[in-house]
Write a protein of this length. Structure first.
Lengths: 398, 258
C-alpha cells in the first residue's frame, strides 16, 4: 500500500518530530502505568494475603439454633457460597490420635471437611475412610501421607473407647491449619457424636446403647466459605436473614480492603481522566499541526493523483505508528521503573509484587491508547482530506 | 494510447458581486507531442487556467474531453468536465490526474523524504505503470544519474527542477503541465531545463502545456503560443481574462538560419 509506505518514510525521515510525539505520549503514559502498576501490586498483595487464609471467607453460625442436612443443601445452592459443612457439638470434637502401631498419642481437634474445602491443598480430596492431618500433628506423631491413624474417643458414661481407623491422604502445609487437627468427613464427626450420645455402634465394637436407627442427626451449626471476598458480606447477610441467626466472620476486615481497592481505582480513574484531557489536547493539535506543516507534501501527493479518499490515512498511519512506538517506550520505562521501585522498597516478595501489570491489562491498555490516539488524529485526517492539491502550483516551493 | 485534449469554452468565475474575475478558455485542442506556451500578465489567471486543465478546479461551464486519436481502438473518450459533476468527483479527478497528467510546479514540489529515484518512480507507482527502463532513460537524459540516491535537500534548485521534470514524465502521461518551470532558475539553467522538458516530453509522446513569464527562453523553442488577455467590463467590477491563440512560433535561431 503506497500511502502506508510513504507515511512511514515521512515519519521516520522527520525523526525529531517523531521523538517529540513519542515523548508527549510517553510523558503521560509512564506515570499512569506506574500508578496503575503500584495500585495493582499493593492491592493484589493485600487481596492475596486475605485469600491465602480461608478463615477470611469463613462464616460460622453462632447461638443455639440447630441445622439439618437440608439447611446445608439450601446454602450450597446459593451462588455466593463455596464450601458448606455442618458442625457437630463442639465439646465432642476433641479426640486422641495415634499412628497405627505407634506408642504415642496426641489430642487433636476433629474438623469436618470435604470436597471444595478451601483448607485442603489443590488435588487433595477427603474420601470415606480417609483423613488429612495438620502439620503439627504429623510432626509430633511422625505421620506421613498413606499412613493409618487411630482416632480414639472416650465418654465418661461409656464402658469402652471407640476407635476409628483412617488413612491419611495428605499432611496439610503448616499455614493452612494451626495446632493439632484431623480433617475428616462430617460422617466421622457424626459417628463420634453418636458415640457420646450413647448409641450402640456394633461395627466399632460398641454393642451397648440405644439403637442407632432411632437417632435423628441434628447439627449445632454451619460453617460456610464465601465463593469470593466480594461474596462474603452478601452471603453473611443472607445466612443471617434466612435463618434468623447471628454469624461470625471477618467481614469488616475484608470490606476494608475491598473498599480501599475501589477508592484506589477511583483515584486512578480521575488521574487518568485529567491526564487524558491534557493528552488529547496535545495530540489533537499536535497531529493537526503536523498536517499543516506537511501540507505541501500532502498537496504534492494529491496533485499526482494519490489524493481522493486515501490521503486521510497519511496522518492516521503516522499517529498510530507513533502511538505503537510510544507504547513500547512507555512499557520499557515502566519496566525499568518497576525494577527500581522493587529494589528501593524491598517487600521481601517475588519480583512483580510491588508494581504489577498483567499481560491482559497491558493488551487492554495498548488497545485503549491506540483507540485514543486514532480518535485524536481524526481532526488531522479530516484536515488532510481538505488539502487543495493546487496549493503546490499556487504556493510554490515544498 | 495517444489522445487529443479538446477544450470547449470552459469558464470559471471567482470573487463576489463587488469584484469578479472571469476566465474564458475559448475553444482549442492539443495533441500528443505538441508544446503550447501560455503567457500573460500577472493576475491574468495562468495558474488558474492550469488548475482547470489539470483537473484541480471544476469549470463553471464548458466542455473538456480527452479523445483517443486511434479511432480503430475500442477506447472511449474521457469527459473530464462531467467527472466534476459525479458524486465521487475528487476521486475521479485524482485518478484522471494520475493517468493523464504530469505536473512540473515552480519549485519542483518534490517529496523531501524520498531520493531522486524514488521521487521519479512515485508517479509510476501512483499510475500503476512501473517502467524501470524509462525511469533510467529519464535519469540519464536529464543528467540525474550521479545524484539519483540523494534527497531533494542535497540538490540545487536547477537539479530539483530537472527531477520534477523527470517525475512528471515518468509515468508517460498524455500531457505535462508546467507552471513557470524556469521561474526560479538563472537564464542558462532556465534554457537547459526548458529544453530538457520539451525534448523529454517529445520523447515520451506527451503534450506539454507550460506557462511562463520568461519570454526570452520561450522564444528559443518551437511551440504554439497562447496568451491570456485581460479586458475590464461592466464599469470595472468584472475582469474577464480570455485565452487568445497567437499562432505557431518558430525559434529565432531557426529564422536566422532560414
Amino acid at each position: 500500500m503506497l500511502i502506508l509506505r510513504l507515511a512511514l518514510r515521512d515519519l521516520f525521515f522527520q525523526k525529531v518530530h517523531l521523538v517529540c510525539n513519542i515523548a508527549v505520549l510517553a510523558g503521560v503514559l509512564v506515570p499512569l502505568l506506574v500508578l496503575f502498576g503500584v495500585k495493582n501490586g499493593v492491592y493484589n498483595a493485600l487481596i492475596g494475603d486475605l485469600l491465602s487464609n480461608p478463615r477470611n471467607v469463613q462464616i460460622d453460625t453462632s447461638g443455639n439454633t440447630t441445622f439439618s442436612t437440608e439447611d446445608a443443601q439450601t446454602v450450597r445452592g446459593w451462588p455466593e457460597a463455596g464450601f458448606v459443612t455442618l458442625k457437630t457439638r463442639s465439646q465432642f470434637d476433641f479426640v486422641n490420635v495415634r499412628l497405627e502401631g505407634g506408642g504415642q498419642k496426641r489430642d487433636a481437634v476433629l474438623i469436618p471437611s470435604g470436597e471444595g474445602d478451601p483448607n485442603l491443598p489443590d488435588g487433595v480430596a477427603i474420601l470415606p475412610g480417609t483423613a488429612v492431618v495438620s502439620a503439627q500433628l504429623a510432626a509430633q506423631l511422625e505421620i506421613s501421607s498413606g499412613d493409618l491413624i487411630d482416632v480414639i474417643t472416650q465418654a465418661e458414661d461409656r464402658p469402652r473407647q471407640m476407635r476409628l481407623q483412617l488413612k491419611v491422604s495428605a499432611v496439610l502445609p503448616a499455614e493452612n491449619v494451626t495446632g493439632r487437627a484431623v480433617l475428616a468427613e462430617l460422617e466421622v464427626l457424626d459417628l463420634v457424636e453418636a458415640f457420646y450420645d450413647a448409641y450402640a455402634l456394633p461395627e466399632y465394637g460398641i454393642t451397648q446403647g440405644k439403637p442407632l436407627a432411632d437417632r435423628v442427626p441434628v447439627f449445632e451449626g454451619l460453617r460456610v466459605y464465601a465463593a469470593s471476598l466480594e461474596d462474603l458480606a452478601p452471603l453473611q447477610n443472607r445466612i443471617e436473614t434466612h435463618f434468623g441467626i447471628s454469624t461470625e466472620a471477618r467481614t469488616a476486615e475484608v470490606q476494608g480492603v475491598l473498599s480501599l481497592g475501589r477508592n484506589l481505582n477511583l483515584a486512578l480513574l480521575l488521574t487518568a481522566a485529567v491526564a487524558s484531557l491534557g493528552l488529547a489536547a496535545a495530540l489533537v493539535f499536535g497531529f493537526w499541526g503536523e498536517v499543516q506543516r506537511k501540507r505541501h507534501v500532502l498537496a504534492s501527493l494529491a496533485l499526482m493523483g494519490l489524493g481522493g479518499q486515501r490521503l486521510w490515512l497519511f496522518p492516521l498511519i503516522q499517529a498510530l505508528v507513533s502511538a505503537a512506538l510510544a507504547l513500547l517506550v512507555s512499557f520499557g520505562i515502566f519496566g525499568l521503573a518497576a525494577l527500581v521501585a522493587e529494589r528501593l522498597f524491598d517487600t521481601g516478595g517475588a519480583a512483580g509484587n510491588l508494581v504489577d501489570i498483567t499481560v491482559m491489562q497491558a493488551v487492554s491498555i495498548s488497545a485503549l491508547v491506540t483507540a485514543f490516539v486514532a480518535f485524536s488524529a481524526l481532526m488531522a485526517a479530516w484536515s488532510a482530506l481538505k488539502i487543495d492539491p493546487a496549493t503546490v502550483l499556487r504556493e510554490g516551493a515544498t | 494510447m495517444a489522445y487529443r485534449l479538446e477544450i470547449d469554452n470552459m469558464t470559471v468565475t471567482l470573487g463576489d458581486a463587488e469584484r469578479r474575475f472571469v476566465l474564458k478558455t475559448g475553444a482549442w485542442s492539443v495533441t500528443a507531442g505538441e508544446v503550447i506556451g501560455l503567457t500573460g500578465p500577472s493576475g491574468a489567471g495562468k495558474t488558474l487556467l492550469l488548475e482547470l486543465l489539470g483537473l484541480l478546479r471544476a469549470p463553471d461551464d464548458g466542455g473538456y474531453t480527452a479523445v483517443p486519436l486511434d479511432t480503430s481502438a475500442q477506447t472511449a473518450s474521457h469527459d473530464f468536465a462531467a467527472a466534476w459533476r459525479a458524486p465521487q468527483a475528487m476521486s475521479l479527478c485524482a485518478a484522471a490526474r494520475a493517468q493523464f497528467f504530469g505536473f512540473v510546479p515552480q519549485a519542483g514540489g518534490l517529496l523531501p523524504f524520498l531520493t531522486v529515484t524514488e521521487n521519479i518512480e512515485l508517479t509510476q507507482h501512483i499510475a500503476k505503470r512501473p517502467d524501470a527502463a524509462w525511469r533510467d532513460t529519464l535519469l540519464g537524459e536529464l543528467g540525474l544519474t550521479q545524484i539519483k540516491g540523494l534527497r531533494p535537500a542535497a540538490l540545487s534548485i536547477g537539479q530539483r527542477q530537472r527531477v520534477a521534470i523527470a517525475r512528471a514524465l515518468a509515468h508517460r502521461p498524455f500531457c505535462v503541465i508546467a507552471d513557470e518551470p524556469t521561474a526560479a532558475l538563472d537564464p542558462e539553467n532556465a534554457q537547459t531545463a526548458m529544453r530538457l522538458l520539451i525534448e523529454a516530453a517529445g520523447a515520451g509522446g506527451s503534450a506539454t502545456l507550460l506557462s511562463s513569464h520568461d519570454y526570452a527562453t520561450l522564444e528559443q523553442f518551437p511551440m504554439r503560443r497562447m496568451r491570456l488577455e485581460i479586458t475590464p467590463a461592466e464599469q470595472g467590477k468584472t475582469i474577464v481574462s480570455t485565452l487568445v491563440p497567437l499562432g505557431t512560433q518558430v525559434p529565432k535561431a531557426e529564422e536566422v538560419t532560414a
